[in-house]
Design a protein around this ligand. Structure first.
Ligand code: ZN
Length: 61
């Protein structure tokens, strides 16, 4: 069992495409209509973007 890490930006998230775990601070995040998607990098974001148009704005954390 993992210990919770409450430090801002240190909480791991998993990439929406490849499911790799990445630190929240390094993830690309995209706000969907009701959900926040995380991507490990531009490649996975673009893969998702091709299947989800129009894409919401992306921001780096
Ligand atoms: Zn990925």
């Amino acid at each position: 069992m993992k210990e919770a890490n409450e430090e801002a930006g240190a909480e791991p998230v998993s990439c929406h495409i490849c499911h790799q775990e990445i630190p929240n601070a390094e993830a690309l995040s995209v706000e969907g209509q009701e959900y926040l998607y995380y991507f490990c990098g531009q490649g996975c974001y673009e893969h998702w973007h091709q299947q989800n148009e129009p894409a919401p704005s992306v921001k780096r954390q």
